[in-house]
Design a protein around this ligand. Structure first.
Ligand SMILES: [Cu+2]
Length: 121
């Protein structure tokens, strides 16, 4: 390889690195808003979650006492919430309205009352 072709190869490599950097920057998404939800006996806190249609949020669940469940059937979302762990779900609502979520893991005598509302505007 002569000096010229080596220089050309270097310039190409630098160009490729610059291009891939641009691609990485372009694909970086804005951070989703995090909404923390605590599932305790026998309620979700907050019991009302407000989001905008098309807004991507990350729901972060914790359960300080016992195993809980989160089920938002209208959006096909559910997760177990284990004590000592954070359970995360991503949600981008494609419709507006009021939707009920509930605990779907039996957690005691108040389990049936563990319901909350997702409000999408
Ligand atoms: Cu429950």
């Amino acid at each position: 390889m002569g000096t010229d072709s080596r220089r050309r190869a270097l310039i190409c490599a630098a160009g490729a690195i610059a291009l891939s950097t641009v691609a990485v920057l372009a694909s970086a998404k804005p951070k989703a808003r995090v909404i923390k939800v605590v599932a305790k006996k026998f309620e979700f806190v907050p019991g009302e979650i407000h989001v905008k249609q098309g807004e991507t949020v990350t729901l972060q669940f914790t359960a300080p006492e016992v195993l809980m469940g989160f089920n938002l059937a209208d959006f096909n979302l559910r997760t177990d919430i284990m004590p000592g762990k954070v359970a995360s779900l991503s949600l981008t609502p494609d419709k507006t309205g009021k939707f009920t979520f509930l605990c779907d893991v039996f957690c005691g005598s108040g389990h049936e009352d563990m319901i909350g509302t997702l409000i999408v505007t």
